[in-house]
Each structure stands twice: as structure tokens, then as C-alpha cells.
Design a protein around this ligand. Structure first.
Ligand SMILES: Cc1cc2nc3c(=O)[nH]c(=O)nc-3n(C[C@H](O)[C@H](O)[C@H](O)COP(=O)(O)OP(=O)(O)OC[C@H]3O[C@@H](n4cnc5c(N)ncnc54)[C@H](O)[C@@H]3O)c2cc1C
Length: 474
């Protein structure tokens, strides 16, 4: 029961939160501003209060208070999301998970780590340095592990090591009413019961707050890196498709289109032929890499590519991968007052070249700079627009067309950034009304009051006629 019946629910909740969390429950404007937005193009919205819990039990207490007063609970990891997932569009409580930053266990023999949701991925890899192991999922930002779980993140390493779904073995989640649920186990696989772990991976905080994560670790591979330019964008993409079809295992393969390579040449340390370019990483012992890269080199040449240019181990190789990381920031800096809008789609690899080329053709007529970059080994690419505020409507049209193109090719509206705010409108087109109705049913079962991150993922309003379909007898 609400004990502050005369107050609006959120104000009553703030009183209870301050009583429970003291100075870890904050209502100052600057702290609310910090939690009003993420790194996306979506407009911010302040939460009413920001709370910094330190333990799973504290998150459970917070959710119990939110439940009592029926106010929204929006998890905030590192705020690096690109689809507005952490924006509290209905106000309420922003739960900043940064205090859950303990690395509880590193079980090197089992190649497993158990960490708090607030641990940043780079900090985890620093802690793992002496074990010979690493956690491979690498979104460009130094995201929190809980945020990466919740967006189903991936990155340049996914083509070899998989995405979050493949690298999360178990979770601790605070669910409706403050109930603490543990999913999964320390085993590397399981066929026991419904797979609750994967239900929460990619749920963007709409089903509960993740507080602990059991992760798969991998041995740090021996690696060599190289790059190759291509006469055409189609050649670069087709080379990747051919490499995949040949069953060759690549550590990483990343595409930069020609405009982005020109940006690199203007700002970075690397000097590249101004051509669509692939960055490669090969894994294995020296002989294995020699044989693998020989075959890859032949495929590259057959698709109009240059010879592979190898980078020396150490700083030159590091420069190649920091160039990949930083090139879009350089492109943004070239246009005064610009911010970026990265589209993110994933298609079957056989359709990748078509979809990328159609996208390039579509944006060619615009004055807004747009760059294509991608984890193309997975069929995942981004067309990143550097736009000014008055150009949002134009970019929204391009971005929508990119998604529709990907869906028509049998792909998905989001390969790795999630649905958040911007992609909700595509959910029914992608999954069908019946599947979306089932998602609404799951949401209603796990979050009956609708307090976990309202306004995200699921289209609004719910297709209520379909929600009732499975139980109908008429
Ligand atoms: C420069 C740059 C490059 C990027 N490159 C990539 C890339 O290559 N691949 C990729 O996948 N992403 C990429 N991203 C996007 C971003 O880093 C990922 O989406 C990341 O997983 C978000 O983590 P976060 O901790 O910042 O989460 P936030 O932005 O804080 O939150 C993201 C979503 O998860 C929810 N959430 C956060 N923590 C929890 C929790 N503990 N429990 C429940 N829900 C939670 C939030 O409510 C929100 O819905 C990039 C971002 C930037 C800025």
C-alpha cells in the first residue's frame, strides 16, 4: 500500500527511496540530466530520481519500493546504448548499476567469470590479463556487462567468438516485486528447463534488472592482422561472403567503405589506398595463419582486392584496430555541429552485398555524410549518418528504408544495438503479429504492472485482440 496517499506516486516513492538509500538516492538536476539520455540520437527525458544500489538485495529493495508505488524502473549501465534504451521516457527511477562492479570469481580452469552487472568490459579484461583468458564481446564503447547482456551486444570479435547470447551462461535478475531469480549454471551447456537466461539477454531491462552475470571466457588467441583494398564495394563484401562459404575461420573481418577510408587517411596514422577496405584478424599458430591467409588472399584477389598488407605485431596492429574504433568519431568531427545516427541491420550473408549496395545508392543523393562500416562476417552493417539537428527527418527516412530493405532480405531490424525506442515500429513487420502478441504476454506475465522500462521494445498499444487468441474458445 502507498503510505503517502496524499502524494503523487513518484514523490511517495522518492521519500521511501531516500529513507532506504540515503545519499545514494539523488534528485539533483545535473545527476538526472546525466541519466536522461544515452549515446543515441533520441531526445532525452529526465528520470525523477537516480539511485545507486551496490548489491542485488539493494536492487530488490528498490524494485519493491517501485512496485509499491507503481513507478517506472529504468536500468542504466554505462549509457552507451544507441537506441535510447536507457532513456526513462515515462520518468520514474533510473537505477545506475555502476556500484555493482565486483568481479566475484574468475574460474580460470572452467573458463568462467562471475561478475556484477556494473563491471565494464575493459575492466574485466584487465582483471583477466594474467590468466591467458579474455572476454571477447567488444562493442566499441566501454559498456557495462549488464548493459551488454540487455542489448544482446556484439562487436568485431563476434564472427569468431559469438555474441552475448552465446557467452552468457547464467544471470541473477531482480524481477517483479523485487523477487531475486537465478538462471543458468556454471556448466557450459544445459538442456534443463526453459532457457530463462536467453529470455533476459536482449530484453533491454523490460523484464527485470540484471545484477550478476556468469560469462564464458576464451583463451587469448595468437593473432595476426592485415588489410586489403577492393576496386568495388561489392568486391569487398563478396570476398567476405566467399570466405564464410569456404568455411574459413576468421578472427575478425571489418568493412570500411571508401568515404570512411578517406577519413582515416585525413585523421589517422594509417595511410590506405582510398578504396573500400577490409581489416582482417587471423587466429592460430604461425603455420595455420600462413595457410589460412593464403586461401583468403586468393579469395580477396578473385574479388578485385589488393594483396593483403600485414601489420607488424604490437603497435602497428594496435593502430589498425584503434583506427577501426575511432574512424567514425573522426568522421563526426569533420562536420561542425553534427551528431551521429548509426543504423544497425543484419541480413543473411548471401544478401549482404545487395543490401549494402542499395543502401549506398540510396544515400548517394544526400548532402548528409553517410559511412558504411560493418561486422560483415556476420552480415551486420551500419550506415552511419553525420547529421545536424535540422536533418533528422531526412535521416529518419533513410534509416527506415535501410531497415525495410534488411527485412525484405530476410534480415533483422537490429543486429546488435537493440530495439529501444527507434525500432519498435518494425517489430510486427519483422516478427509477425502473433509473435509480438506472445512477447506482450511474456511481458505481462513477468512485469504485470508494466514498471520495467516502459515504452521500449514492444509496439504500443498492445495488439490486445491477439494477446487473447491462445486462450480463446469462441
Ligand atoms: C562508439 C560506440 C560504439 C559502439 N559499438 C557497438 C558495437 O560494435 N556493438 C554493439 O553491440 N554495440 C555497440 N555500441 C552500443 C553500446 O555500447 C551497447 O549497446 C552496449 O551493450 C550498451 O551497454 P551500456 O552499459 O552502455 O548500456 P546502457 O546504454 O546503459 O543501457 C542499454 C539498455 O540496457 C538496459 N540495461 C542496462 N543495464 C541493465 C541491467 N543491469 N539490467 C537490465 N537492463 C539493463 C537499459 O535499460 C537499456 O535498455 C556502441 C556504442 C558507442 C557509443
Amino acid at each position: 500500500m502507498n503510505s503517502h496517499v496524499q502524494l503523487p506516486p513518484v514523490e511517495a516513492a522518492i521519500i521511501d527511496l531516500k529513507a532506504r538509500f540515503g545519499t545514494a538516492a539523488l534528485t539533483g538536476e545535473s545527476i538526472r540530466d546525466l541519466h536522461a539520455r544515452d549515446e543515441s540520437h533520441h531526445h532525452g527525458q529526465r528520470p525523477d530520481v537516480v539511485v545507486y544500489p551496490k548489491t542485488t538485495q539493494e536492487v530488490a529493495d528498490l524494485v519493491a519500493i517501485a512496485t509499491r508505488h507503481q513507478v517506472p524502473v529504468v536500468a542504466f549501465g554505462a549509457g552507451s546504448g544507441l537506441e535510447g534504451g536507457a532513456i526513462p521516457v515515462a520518468g520514474g527511477i533510473s537505477v545506475d548499476l555502476s556500484g555493482l562492479d565486483a568481479i566475484f570469481e574468475i574460474r580460470a580452469d572452467d573458463m568462467i567469470a562471475r561478475v556484477g552487472a556494473g563491471v565494464r568490459r575493459l575492466d574485466l579484461n584487465t582483471a583477466l590479463r594474467d590468466t591467458g583468458l579474455f572476454f571477447p564481446v567488444d562493442p566499441g564503447a566501454n559498456a557495462s556487462i549488464g548493459g551488454m547482456v540487455s542489448t544482446g551486444a556484439s562487436g568485431t570479435n563476434a564472427v569468431r567468438f559469438g555474441v552475448m547470447r552465446e557467452n552468457v551462461l547464467g544471470l541473477t535478475v531482480v524481477t517483479a516485486g523485487g523477487r531475486i531469480v537465478r538462471t543458468g549454471s556454471l556448466a557450459r551447456k544445459s538442456s534443463s528447463g526453459y532457457d530463462l537466461t536467453r529470455l533476459f539477454v536482449g530484453a533491454e531491462g523490460t523484464l527485470g534488472v540484471v545484477t550478476e552475470v556468469i560469462l564464458r571466457l576464451h583463451p587469448i588467441p595468437e593473432a595476426r592482422s592485415a588489410h586489403a583494398g577492393f576496386a568495388t564495394l561489392a568486391g569487398a563484401v563478396n570476398a567476405v561472403t566467399d570466405i564464410k562459404r569456404a568455411g574459413l575461420s576468421i578472427g575478425r573481418v571489418e568493412l570500411l567503405d571508401q568515404p570512411l577510408v578517406e577519413v582515416v587517411n585525413r585523421h589517422g596514422e594509417m595511410r590506405l589506398e582510398p578504396l573500400p577496405t577490409l581489416f582482417f584478424e587471423f587466429h592460430g599458430a604461425t603455420d595455420d595463419i600462413r595457410s589460412l591467409s593464403g586461401t583468403v588472399g586468393e579469395i580477396v584477389a578473385a574479388n578485385g582486392g589488393t594483396e593483403l598488407t600485414w601489420t607488424a605485431p604490437g603497435s602497428e596492429t594496435q593502430t589498425l584496430w584503434t583506427t577501426r574504433r575511432d574512424c567514425l568519431a573522426w568522421a563526426k568531427a569533420e562536420r561542425q555541429g553534427a551528431h551521429s545516427w548509426p543504423s544497425d541491420v543484419c541480413v543473411p550473408i548471401s544478401r549482404l552485398a545487395d543490401v549494402i549496395l542499395e543502401t549506398r545508392e540510396d544515400v548517394a543523393g544526400s548532402d548528409i555524410p553517410a559511412y558504411i562500416v560493418g561486422h560483415v562476417g556476420d552480415g551486420n552493417f551500419h550506415c552511419v549518418f553525420m547529421l545536424r539537428d535540422n536533418e533528422e527527418a531526412e535521416v529518419a527516412d533513410y534509416a527506415d528504408r535501410i531497415v525495410m530493405r534488411a527485412l525484405a532480405a530476410g534480415g533483422t531490424a537490429s543486429g546488435e544495438h537493440g530495439v529501444g525506442l527507434g525500432k519498435r515500429k518494425f517489430l510486427i513487420t519483422e516478427h509477425g503479429a502473433d509473435a509480438v502478441a506472445l512477447m506482450h504476454q511474456l511481458k505481462a506475465a513477468l512485469d504485470p504492472l508494466g514498471i520495467f522500462n516502459p515504452g521500449k521494445i514492444l509496439p504500443d498499444p498492445a495488439p490486445s485482440d491477439l494477446i487473447n487468441t491462445p486462450g480463446r474458445t469462441d
